[in-house]
Design a protein around this ligand. Structure first.
Ligand code: ADP
Length: 502
């Protein structure tokens, strides 16, 4: 079957057909010649009657014509059929290849459409430049970015769209790109000039390749980095500004430190000068008031009491200011000692016991025993301030001092000393002002109760900067307040953990 197919295919080729024709002609000549020569001899040897012989020879002649005609018809038919089937097969092949080609054409067109859409619409500038630097093609986006039409750019030197100052370098880069091995991409950053003269910063990626005719061309893709460059310039400018401000700040800081030092020096030297006459005023007015020198009239007593009150107030104010300035100047001499917290609390409340009793307020300390290792004097000062405030701002009821020890697994931990009163309380909105210097909250007691507005400011400063702790509070107006002083039990164990309020 395969062979006959191959044969028929061979026969229908022009050479095959020619060979087949020669074969048939030779066969026909041989058979015809042999028939003519031998058939007459055979008949002559078989038939003696000349009339019969003539008739038989005529019949033989007709037989020959008929057989050769049939033979020719069969051969021609066979070859024509083979040629027809081969032609049909060829047509089939042609149709199949045509369909394949059409498919390929469609795919090619679609791919080209996609590429063109990308080329025209992607927000990047595309240029193709020949070896002499002339623009062969540009995409619409690229042309629009520069304010030109595509036609205005093509056929012109690409250098025209670059800033004059950059052109020489651009030419050098183009040459380098053309001589770089094919496929090697080069990247640059340049300034381009739009048609309207404005500047456009671009980052270019260029690659040398060959066009359809084999000529070297450079494909260039540009991205607009103007904003990036402007941002960079802005950052550089801001940095310079920042450096200048830092220098100014440093200078201001230096001046402030110097001023602070002078202020501390002033306060330190003035403290003595102020305290000495004040102590005299307080001392002598007390002596006069106690009538050691002689009896006084009621009016004299009243006036002397005012002098004594004012003197004490002034002394308290000076003491607070000196303390604050010492802490701020870091001059607070650290005197760490071992002591019992219970003793310290007892001592502080004892100092205020008379005042509390005079006002009809119960003042007590919940018993506690806790060895401490810190600045006793400063802790005492803080506790005294808080208890003193409790007594001052409570009209009736009590002031209770408690201590709660919170040991750390790896150390002495911290302690929270709470001073709780049943006094006037503090409104939520007043809290931010509470620890401000010279800040006294408005209350009916304000005019009756002496105060400088520095106590809480100093207490928190000492708690934070000397004792390594914090002061917090909880309060309800009209019901009372609790001030919490949380500090490390041993000063070397550092600051407190967050959330020091019980
Ligand atoms: P002062 O010398 O006026 O007592 P402080 O700094 O100790 O100054 O306190 C600031 C202000 O906080 C006080 O004037 C008072 O209004 C308020 N204050 C302080 N402690 C209490 C308290 N326990 N109860 C209510 N108000 C208080």
């Amino acid at each position: 079957m395969q062979r006959s197919e191959r044969n028929s295919r061979t026969a229908v080729t022009p050479a095959g057909l020619r060979r087949e024709a020669v074969r048939i002609a030779v066969l026909y000549a041989l058979l015809g010649g042999a028939w003519i020569v031998y058939s007459d001899r055979v008949l002559a040897s078989l038939v003696a009657d000349p009339l019969l012989l003539t008739r038989l020879q005529t019949a033989k002649g007709w037989l020959y014509v008929g057989v050769t005609a049939l033979l020719l018809a069969w051969l021609i038919n066979r070859n024509l059929l083979a040629a027809a089937s081969a032609a049909a097969e060829l047509e089939g092949h042609v149709a199949e290849r045509t369909a394949q080609l059409e498919g390929l054409n469609r795919a090619l067109r679609a791919s080209e459409d996609r590429f063109r859409a990308l080329y025209e619409e992607i927000p990047a500038m595309y240029f193709t430049v020949d070896s002499s630097g002339t623009v062969i093609s540009a995409n619409l986006f690229g042309a629009e970015q520069l304010g030109y039409s595509v036609q205005e750019l093509t056929g012109r030197p690409v250098l025209n769209v670059f800033c004059e100052e950059d052109r020489q370098v651009v030419q050098g880069q183009l040459d380098a790109c053309l001589h770089a091995p094919t496929g090697e991409a080069v990247s640059w950053e340049f300034r381009k000039r739009r048609k309207d003269g404005s500047i456009l910063w671009v980052r270019e990626f260029a690659r040398a390749t060959e066009d359809a005719a084999g000529n070297k061309v450079v494909l260039i893709v540009c991205l607009d980095i103007t904003d990036e460059k402007l941002a960079d310039e802005e950052i550089v400018r801001l940095n310079a500004e920042l450096r200048q401000h830092s220098a100014e700040l440093e200078e201001a800081n230096r001046k402030l430190t110097e001023l602070d030092r002078l202020k501390s020096m002033f306060i330190a030297s003035m403290s003595h000068e102020l305290r000495t006459p004040l102590n005299s005023i307080i001392g002598f007015s007390s002596i006069l008031l106690d009538e050691w020198i002689g009896p006084l009239t009621d009016e004299q007593k009243e006036n002397l009491a005012t002098v004594l009150r004012a003197g004490k107030h002034l002394l308290a104010l000076i003491n607070d200011i000196i303390d604050i300035s010492k802490v701020e100047a870091g001059q607070s001499d650290r005197r760490i000692s071992e002591f019992d917290l219970g003793d310290l609390l007892e001592e502080a409340t004892r100092e205020l016991a008379d005042e509390a009793a005079a006002r009809g307020i119960e003042l007590r300390v919940e018993p506690v025993r806790l060895p401490m290792h810190t600045e006793r004097r400063r802790l005492y000062q803080c506790v005294l301030n808080l208890v003193s405030n409790g007594v001052k701002y409570t009209e009736r009821g009590s002031v209770v001092v408690t201590a709660q020890h919170l040991p750390f697994p790896s150390g002495a931990g911290r302690v929270t000393i709470a001073v709780t009163d049943t006094g006037i309380g503090i409104r939520e909105e007043d809290r931010p002002r509470l620890f401000e210097p010279f800040s006294r909250l408005d209350s009916p007691l304000k005019s009756r109760v002496p105060g400088t507005g520095l106590g809480l400011y100093l207490t928190r400063k000492l708690a934070r900067e000397v004792l390594g702790g914090e002061v917090t509070l909880a309060s309800r107006p009209g019901e009372g307040s609790s001030f919490f002083l949380t500090i490390p039990v041993r000063s070397e164990e550092g600051g407190i953990a967050s959330g020091g309020t019980p």
